[in-house]
Design a protein around this ligand. Structure first.
Ligand code: MRU
Length: 381
């Protein structure tokens, strides 16, 4: 049975096998403030295995971020905040606080949410004596998580208004009432604490009764689209089809894509968008085919310190992610196979920049705006 947005705001949108989850949460079995742990869903095993990991040290959190057991810009911000809290219960000294910040900042460089969360934690903790840091760190990390959910719910609401308008226009122009939306990578609830960014308006539209279908780019090399977005949409019962990364332009030429919505790892002051590698090519194809290209981004994903996308450090990941593909064998075991000839090298830039001129609009918690109007929407920056 479909639920209205207010019901969903109370219970959350993330449902796995009909149970409500968040993608990161405090382990409720710990009673003592100095002996807490955090739980995450291990995203490297999805969609084949659903396993929860318990992280009780800074190092375990850093490893989870670097190996992408947790990933997605807002989620790695929340994970970094909990990483600071875990570090403070190990050692709340100034030296360890400094080491913690440096270690977390180096774990994944591109998504600005991680830096935003670490800086926010530092600004609260540096002013306190060490004995007060643990409690404050846990409270602030929990606040960051709750705020992330609220920001994404607001994006769902803003995006719903946009999808309702596009759906109405689409129904007037065509014989079908299905709105076909293309998305890249995973910007759903798994990439955030709950709701997601690019998928949040899709969930809201589905619950509001809009008939939609999602084209899911597989998103090589790690296949976050095929493994995570498709799995999320299935959990939710939303019609979707996984396509190879090269199929989107062709489908656009055939009139089978009505709009594109992607997430962002960082949006610059002028509205350039850094997102998963391949996003730029989708934006070019959408532009050439006059298809609206929207980016859903909460305010912690906006970097007000830089103006142009080329200033962003693009994470270079291991060649192995290109060489190996992981999947499930017929007997159910997980396996990795190498698809490269022996001796061939691979390059693996993880993100690219979509220039603001290719972006139709940015869906933020405050509203939908043209990239050039971002500063008007957030005048305090
Ligand atoms: O490398 P990943 O899986 O962390 O990359 C994730 C993305 O590129 C998402 O599109 C982006 O973080 C937006 S998440 C709401």
């Amino acid at each position: 049975m479909k639920k209205n947005l207010n019901q969903l705001k109370l219970q959350g949108i993330m449902q796995i096998n009909n149970e409500n989850y968040r993608s990161i949460w405090l382990d409720s079995s710990c009673g003592n403030m100095n002996d807490q742990a955090v739980k995450i869903i291990d995203q490297t095993l999805l969609p084949h295995r659903f396993e929860i990991r318990r992280l009780s040290t800074l190092q375990e959190m850093v490893t989870a971020i670097m190996t992408m057991q947790v990933r997605g810009a807002p989620l790695i911000g929340a994970a970094a905040a909990y990483g600071v809290a875990l570090a403070m219960q190990e050692d709340a000294s100034n030296i360890h606080l400094d080491y913690t910040a440096k270690t977390l900042l180096a774990s994944r460089p591109t998504a600005v949410n991680l830096r935003w969360a670490v800086q926010r934690m530092l600004s609260h903790l540096q002013a306190l004596p060490p004995e007060q840091r643990v409690a404050t760190a846990w409270a602030e990390a929990a606040l960051i998580c709750n705020e992330d959910v609220a920001l994404n719910q607001a994006i769902a609401q803003r995006g719903l208004t946009l999808l309702q308008a596009l759906s109405a226009r689409h129904q007037n122009r065509t014989s079908t009432n299905t709105l076909n939306i293309l998305t890249h990578c995973n910007a759903g609830w798994l990439a955030t604490v709950d709701w997601g960014t690019a998928l949040a308006p899709i969930y809201a539209a589905f619950e509001a009764g809009i008939t939609l279908h999602v084209w899911v780019d597989e998103t090589r090399p790690r296949n976050q689209g095929a493994s995570l977005t498709a799995w999320e949409l299935r959990q939710h019962g939303i019609a979707h089809t996984v396509i190879t990364d090269n199929a989107g332009g062709h489908l656009m030429q055939l009139g089978q894509v009505d709009m594109v919505i992607v997430g962002a790892d960082r949006v610059t002051k002028n509205g350039d968008v850094c997102n998963k590698i391949g996003t730029y090519l989708k934006a070019l194809a959408a532009f050439d085919n006059h298809i609206p290209f929207y980016v859903a981004a909460p305010s912690p994903s906006i970097d007000w310190n830089i103006t142009h996308g080329h200033e962003i450090e693009i994470e270079a990941r291991s060649e192995d992610e290109v060489a190996y593909i992981t999947g499930r064998l017929a007997d159910g075991t997980l396996a990795s196979v190498n698809v490269l000839p022996t001796g061939s090298r691979a390059a693996n830039p993880a993100f690219d920049i979509t220039p603001a001129r290719l972006v139709t609009g940015i869906i933020t918690e405050r509203g939908v705006c043209a990239p050039s109007d971002l500063a008007t929407l957030f005048p305090e920056n």
